[in-house]
Write a protein that binds this ligand. Sequence first.
Ligand SMILES: [Zn+2]
Length: 274
Amino acid sequence: MSMEPSATEGLMVLVHPPWAPGEGGTDRPGGGWAKTAEGVDMLERLRQNLRKDHGSTEAMEKLVKGFLKFRGEVFGKKRDLFTRLSQKQEPRALFITCSDSRVDPTLMTQTEPGELFILRNAGNMVPPYGSMQGGSTATIEFAMAILKVPHIIVCGHTDCGVMKALLQPEDVHDLPALKEWVGQAETTRRLMREHYIDLEGNDRLVKTTQENVRAQLDHLRTHPSVALQLRKGTVDLHGWVYSIPTGDIWVYDFESEQFTPLLDETLPRLKVAS
Ligand SMILES: [Zn+2]
């Protein structure tokens, strides 16, 4: 085993930062920390370690520099918020969306830390209750039973790789975990095959994404914690599809059973699931 420090050890610096209580101050307004000897030293060590272990530093450097900027320039401006959040959270919604890097829930809803309880996975899936007692199910249960979030949003998106895999299962033939995971959208796959034979290309992909959101809303209702809150009228369900190229959101209208653009004027008439 090598005695050289690993990239992980380099990152351990972040776990025990110099601004921790009792270790040299609590804040450095103006983003100065990255430019201090400690900051420069840490970046250099990270750079060397990553170069040694992975041969690429650029991606990780971007993230570390981003963190240093956050700690130096952003955190202090939101100190009251973070102090409040250090005691408890009261998120406005459980936001279930795809892991896709192009989907940014807080950016698209312009929310602050503490406002969205986010569950992300490949294809914004909701396992039907009992089928898979994993992290997704536990997250939903916690959001409902403990946090009692008043809204659940299932948000799909355009150009979703998981939806493509659903339409072309042969593409994930060598990815057994993903293949099994995508099986949760089997209803959608069959629906597309039987009812939307004429749709092609992007139209087919978008319709698949919309139908998948509807299917996952149905799965949500199988969770006892969700069913209970629905019965009590304390939670509303929402289905969204986000368009990456236009920034638009289509929202599912439970009354017309259609997706419609999310606009100020459409909001009041959108019925929620009950
Ligand atoms: Zn996706």
